[in-house]
Ligand binder design. Structure first.
Ligand SMILES: *Cc1c(COP(=O)(O)O)cnc(C)c1O
Length: 443
């Protein structure tokens, strides 16, 4: 029962003399851990895996259990995957794909290179984003939820905020507008009904409650259709109370000047930061990693006076983003200002013609070429699809594909495993073909 790759030590021999008659001698935790070194995990994790395996029952199978345990630990580590789901902004896969290739170097994060004095970590990045959205100014925080929370805490604490009953939404992960409002110290005044809210409803609430803000929340991940009515930011702004629009999705400009062919049809119902501000909203908030196509971040853009009050609030320090995120967001903002949608992976992938994807699918040489439909994802443009193509294998092979290196994430549709090529980097096609071939047991 000793590790086969080393000669038994004196100690081992002594132990064997004492114990060889015992039928169930448990293998040593340390010996098992050392045998797992090929997994590449640090020794303390291997010891943990070995200890769990030894404590967990039959000593004869402890080694196999320890290896399974170590493999589970290894699979839990963050790693690049191939997204073959066709969901461009897949929340489980980190939403927008981003490139982060920074050297281990200091940066001028909080140093003004012109003066040598302390600078703002985000003035430059926020300024670039504000320019791209034609906003007066902007502030970057950790995510969209933080942006909403900070706006409410900084601008409406102890006061009323008016929200339509049709917009009291829950976004994924337990972000519920009424609860965020409560946490911010503002109090919610609901107006209208689930399906219909009119300007007069807001006007009544304005005279009765003297609200600090009127909050519009984009119905990101659902639609109310049929007998409906809602009030846009333009009309609301006439009531004399600042309007804040939580857009969520982060479309900077409905005219998409960064796309050579103009706005694609699937974008038609998405509100955009630039137009929402132009029609009268005082502030917009949105995520960095949805339609903006950048890293996880939240952006508050609009009125200089209001953004500055947000920046001065003590909570802003707790919600501030790190240098890695800001560097990545800066690349995204510069790409927008260069009108270079191809430099943003989300827009590049979203714009590939289905015919190109069909050609790539055929070239994979594994599975049947199929037409399918991709979706933007992350609650953006719910219910709309983007014509796409990929390959299908009979049966459910998703578990085998997840076990590939790199893992491939695919969907099962009508009993077939479908790999949608829209969300796969072309450079990854050979890896996808290899994983599909292995999963199907040959092609
Ligand atoms: C996604 C979304 C949020 C939350 O943004 P995160 O970046 O996920 O924190 C808030 N409001 C709306 C309308 C959203 O769509």
């Amino acid at each position: 029962m000793e590790a086969s790759h080393r000669a038994p030590s004196c100690d081992d021999q002594a132990r064997r003399r004492c114990f060889y008659a015992l039928p169930m001698r448990p293998p040593s935790v340390d010996a098992i851990a050392r045998q797992l070194a090929d997994t590449g995990l640090p020794h303390p994790l291997l010891v943990e895996a070995a200890r769990a395996a030894v404590a967990g029952g039959d000593p004869d199978t402890a080694r196999e259990r320890a290896r399974a345990e170590a493999e589970a630990m290894s699979l839990a580590l963050l790693r690049p995957v191939i997204n073959a789901t066709g969901v461009l902004l897949h929340t489980n896969l980190g939403r927008a794909p981003i490139a982060a290739s920074l050297e281990a170097r200091p940066s001028n994060l909080e140093l003004d290179l012109a003066t040598g004095r302390r600078g703002s970590r985000q003035r430059s990045v926020a300024g670039l984003l504000a320019k791209a959205a034609s906003a007066e100014t902007a502030l970057v925080v950790n995510n969209g939820a933080a942006a909403v929370l900070l706006v409410l805490a900084a601008l409406a604490r102890g006061r009323a905020v008016v929200v339509s009953r049709g917009e009291l939404v829950e976004i994924g992960g337990g972000f519920r507008i009424p609860e965020v409002l409560e946490q911010s110290g503002a109090h919610l005044v609901e107006v209208g009904t689930t399906n219909r809210t009119r300007l007069a409803d807001y006007a009544r609430a304005v005279s009765a409650h003297d609200p600090a803000l009127l909050l519009k929340v984009h119905q990101s991940n659902y639609r109310i259709t049929g007998f409906t009515e809602s009030v846009g930011a333009a009309e609301l702004s006439r009531l004399g109370v600042p309007v804040v629009a939580d857009l969520g999705s982060g479309l900077l400009d409905a005219a998409t000047p960064w796309l050579a062919g103009g706005p694609p049809p699937w974008l038609a119902t998405e509100p955009a930061a630039r137009q929402t501000l132009a029609t009268g909203a005082a502030l917009v908030t949105f995520s960095g990693d949805k339609l903006l196509g950048g890293p996880q971040a939240g952006v508050i853009a609009g009125s200089r006076e209001m953004v500055e009050r947000c920046a001065r609030h003590p909570m802003a320090r707790a919600l501030r983003p790190g240098g890695l995120v800001l560097a990545c967001l800066q690349d995204t903002a510069l790409a927008y200002l260069r009108r270079d949608g191809d430099a943003i992976a989300f827009w590049r992938m979203a714009g590939v013609p289905a015919a190109t994807l069909r050609t790539r699918a055929a070239a994979l040489g594994c599975g049947a070429v199929v037409d399918c439909e991709s979706v933007p994802g992350a609650g953006s443009a719910p219910g709309v699809g983007i014509p796409s193509a990929g390959v299908a294998l009979e049966g459910d092979h998703t578990a085998a594909l997840r076990a590939a290196d790199p893992p491939v994430i695919a969907r099962v549709v009508d009993g077939r495993t479908v790999a949608d090529l829209r969300t796969v980097e072309p450079a990854d096609d050979p890896l996808l073909a290899k994983a599909l071939t292995a999963a199907a047991g040959g092609c």
